[in-house]
Ligand binder design. Structure first.
Ligand code: GDP
Length: 197
């Protein structure tokens, strides 16, 4: 898919204030610092569209970016930032869970996972919750340029193995590097195919 236009539309702190659910949308989520903003910018070829390296956990916003005037990328606030207070974490949970479970135009949640790490409980639990709610999701392993491919392959395999205790079918999996442009075409192709349905 060729990205012709990518524009920031709005930031929201309330599900009730989201734009009308009339176009397909794809949400991106993961632990703070996983490389979500960098990945979004890579996908749309626009440096600085999603803000990189903001202080993690500071703003809890749902950002909508309109792509090719026909679908949305939705940037969700990161989870798992240790310095965030319990109250703020609970607020995040309520907000994000409401968005994910109620948004009719949501086609797929991309769960971003740091490819350098062995399976993390917080990521597995989030996937489990998506499964429980029957929300379609895919896995994106980020920052693959940071280590040898064999480490990435082992970590991806270990994550899938952990998921297989709960899921009969393992979701689509992508390995990416925002630094090298790796995985971009695969993710965009996947979105294009879902948009066709
Ligand atoms: P976010 O908090 O999840 O939005 O993460 P960012 O996109 O801000 O990235 C966090 C840090 O990781 C920044 O210093 C990025 O430059 C770095 N980073 C993100 N993606 C990659 C990648 O694919 N490769 C490398 N080497 N660094 C990355």
């Amino acid at each position: 898919m060729v990205i012709k236009t990518a524009n920031f539309i709005c930031s929201n702190t309330q599900v009730s204030a989201l734009p009308p659910a009339v176009m397909p949308e794809y949400a991106f989520i993961g632990r703070s610092n996983v490389g979500k903003s960098s990945l979004i910018n890579m996908l749309v070829n626009k440096h600085g569209l999603a803000k990189t390296s903001q202080r993690p956990g500071k703003t809890q916003l749902i950002n909508h970016f309109l792509i090719n005037e026909s679908w949305y990328i939705v940037d969700l606030p990161g989870y798992g930032y240790a310095k965030v207070s319990k109250t703020s974490r609970e607020k995040w949970e309520k907000f994000i869970r409401a968005y994910i479970t109620k948004r009719e135009s949501l086609q797929c949640v991309f769960v971003l996972i740091d490819s350098r790490l062995e399976p993390q409980q917080i990521d597995l639990e989030f996937c489990y919750w998506l499964g429980e709610k029957q929300i379609p999701f895919s896995l994106i392993f980020t920052k693959a340029d940071k280590q040898g491919m064999n480490v990435t392959v082992n970590n991806v395999a270990a994550f899938k193995k952990s998921l297989s205790q709960w899921f009969e079918e393992i979701p689509a999996t992508f390995v990416t590097s925002a630094e090298k442009g790796l995985g971009k075409d695969d993710v965009l192709h996947f979105i294009q195919e879902v948009n066709k349905d």
